[in-house]
Design a protein around this ligand. Structure first.
Ligand SMILES: [Zn+2]
Length: 128
């Protein structure tokens, strides 16, 4: 029995930072169950390692990010991801969230500094 989870994640320098709980402990919203928020998690995080420090050194929407949501009626997990996320990163999300099956979806809300042309910052993710 696996503990498939819902929550949010970020890809920071090839590492995954995530905030997840098993789906039964998630937050119901209509037909969906999700957990946490990108901004809230970023704001509350106290960095304990170099990756988390790098994450905190930039605005919350700087790094590629996404979310795993459970849909109750269809019994399906949807993995929303920034379109620049590599297949290997998505595999990591699948492993950490223990998803045996999921549907990959793009969401224009999840755009990092590299994808959002209107983003104003000196560096792009991966350049540091
Ligand atoms: Zn991106």
């Amino acid at each position: 029995m696996t503990q498939a989870s819902v929550g949010v994640f970020f890809v920071v320098g090839g590492n995954l930072i995530f905030h997840a709980v098993p789906v039964e402990q998630g937050e119901p919203y209509g037909d969906t169950v999700g957990f946490s928020g990108h901004y809230d998690y970023w704001q509350a995080l106290v960095p304990h390692n170099a990756t988390e420090q790098q994450f905190k050194n930039h605005p919350y929407d700087y790094f590629p990010r996404g979310r795993v949501v459970y849909f109750k009626k269809s019994g399906e997990f949807r993995l929303y991801a920034d379109c620049c996320m590599k297949k290997s990163d998505i595999e990591k999300v699948k492993e950490i969230f223990q998803l045996s099956a999921y549907r990959l979806a793009r969401d224009e809300h999840y755009q990092c500094a590299g994808c959002n042309l209107e983003y104003v910052d000196n560096f792009l993710p991966g350049e540091e």
